[in-house]
Design a protein around this ligand. Sequence first.
Ligand code: TRH
Length: 378
Amino acid sequence: MTPFRRLDLFCRVVDNYGDIGICWRLAKQLVREHGLAVTLFVDDLASFQRICPAVNVAAERQQVEGVTVRHWRDQDGVYTPAEVADIVIEFFAVDLPPGYIDAMAQCAPRPVWFNLEGLTAEEWVEGCHRLPSMQPRAMTKYFFFPGFTDKTGGLLREAELERQRLQFEPAAFLSQLGLTPAEQAATRVSLFCYPHAPVSALFDVWQNGARPLTCLVPEGVAADAVRAFTGGGGGAGSVATRGALTVRVLPFVPQPDYDKLLWACDLNFVRGEDSFVRAQWAGKPFIWHIYPQDENLHHKKLRAFLRRYAADLPALADFSLRWNGAPAHGEDDNWAASWAAVAAEAGAATARAAAWQREMLSHGDLASNMLSFAASLR
Ligand code: TRH
């Protein structure tokens, strides 16, 4: 049982859905599993509403699934010490409102202050996880890093997730999404990636493949390639079959349904941070499209992850590097050979996904790890 009662979480949506996706997941879990009163300050309610349709974009303050959600409009505002929570989390080093920091400094005891950082498999994270950083007015902020080893904060995972996954029946869910029996019987692949992914090249390979393959793409993802393939507007419900490949456009679904989509597929293409982690909990092989960074820093991060995850999956590692524009052996566009190798490795990749999931489970979950560390500071 945690000694804390209240927690404030500050989230800025830099772009897309990962920032709010992660904060929303964490906020809900802290309420449900740890009984905390959580306030989520978020600057972009429209992005939030896409993953959680219950959000009212016009409300300054609202209750959503037990979490108090506040529209974080600006850095102004005066806060009293009584308004400050016992634990304060800034996500991805966002700047807290100066008035809030002022109020924190007046609290006794001081709140436990975290900077929750982004996920990377690089080794330096272990040395920085939990490091204190001195702040003005004798306050201390602690770095907290998610990660893949027991010397990091672990990964976000709800206690019920695995039970829900094991009880899940894909057929009804897939029918609800509009898949025909033939589309369901084919190899099923979900596709979530950034616009620069070489999707058309992959569609060509799948179209000419020997086995039927159904590719499920959320609306707006890989829009150009999807429009070119389907010959239509690419809106939800668009579907086309050419050769062995059927591409079906899905609506952008609420966050819990996105998990089900991952569970229902044989292979998942995921991106960013949150869908990347959810694919790992799905226990299925996946291909990661990493969020691009300046000077190809993301290639370093991708390689660090592949060293941990895919040391014994050379085809998956090679395909992942190509998918991210970082081929191991120089540029070539032999997607057919690369895909054939991935397909031939499917058995080993499925076994690896399950083993990796077990290994990650053994590190506990990020929310619990964070609360234990916070308790140790009091
Ligand atoms: O959307 P992302 O690319 O998000 C991020 C942001 O770009 C962020 O700035 C960056 O820091 C981070 O990547 C690395 O990818 P991500 O992280 O996978 O988040 C997507 C979220 O959207 C995730 O919570 C799942 C959710 N989602 C749905 O709820 N429904 C859907 O249909 C789909 C496709 C996704």
